[in-house]
Design a protein around this ligand. Structure first.
Ligand SMILES: [Zn+2]
Ligand SMILES: [Zn+2]
Length: 245
């Protein structure tokens, strides 16, 4: 309830002061200090990834780490997908931004983050050969509670920015999965097994599919989504996440 009130207040602030930054609420005195509704500081912060990332699982790695066979987190592990691109680590302004998208009033910000993602990492995602963009679906109950699916909003803008096809209804979430608090990778994988289903008539044979989510924590959910797409005939499956924990 408190959060609802806070969101409502934020919404009113946006209406009264349209130049308030969608992430930090700083108000710009002129249009040049803003970029698509976000102040320059926040824009710089969310688009600058301060660390190198593993090309397979998008986890932060040390500056001289050899990631040719994966990083400490994913080496020898069956991730389910072939590569992963992130906007940045789950920290600071990007973390704030992602948290703000998790409410109905955050939809405008989710759109914005999708466009920003396409601008900042479009080259890397295009290089992965993404042909079809598929957001990770929310369970219908969660979507109803939140009012929208933030990954779908990000994916739609990302697809538009990349010039790739967008397929928001390709994957369906058929099972509610409790929070991923299991201690082992095997247990987490078991927790999400069978959580997704491909919609009937999906034609993805041989295509390179880009799965979009807001946050990747252990990668188990994205791995299960990727396996579902693979079972349906997808070729390569690449993951794009706003933030990697
Ligand atoms: Zn800001
Ligand atoms: Zn890795």
């Amino acid at each position: 309830m408190r959060r609802t009130v806070a969101e409502f207040a934020r919404h009113v602030v946006q209406l009264l002061y349209p130049s308030a930054c969608l992430i930090c609420e700083a108000r710009g005195s002129d249009a040049t200090s803003f970029r698509h509704g976000v102040c320059n500081d926040c824009h710089r912060s969310v688009t600058t990834d301060p660390f190198p990332a593993c090309p397979w699982c998008a986890q932060t790695v040390g500056p001289h780490t050899d990631t040719s066979g994966g990083c400490a987190e994913c080496r020898g592990v069956s991730l389910g997908f072939d590569a992963a691109v992130r906007l940045g680590p789950y920290a600071e302004k990007l973390r704030d931004a992602v948290l703000r998208t998790k409410v109905l009033a955050g939809e405008g910000l989710a759109d914005l983050l999708g466009r920003t993602f396409a601008e900042a990492r479009g080259a890397a995602i295009r290089a992965a050969g993404a042909e079809l963009v598929v957001p990770v679906p929310l369970h219908w109950w969660r979507k109803w509670q939140r009012g929208y699916n933030q990954s779908e909003a990000v994916g739609r803008e990302l697809a538009a920015g990349l010039g790739a096809a967008f397929a928001p209804n390709l994957l369906r979430r058929v099972r509610w999965t409790p929070q991923q608090s299991q201690p082992t990778r095997e247990a987490r994988r078991e927790n999400v097994r069978g959580a997704f289903r491909l919609s009937r008539g999906a034609r993805i044979g041989g295509k390179t599919v880009l799965i979009v989510d807001d946050v990747m924590t252990t990668g188990s959910t994205l791995g299960e989504a990727a396996r579902t797409l693979r079972a349906g005939g997808a070729g390569r499956v690449v993951v794009a996440v706003l933030a990697r924990r």
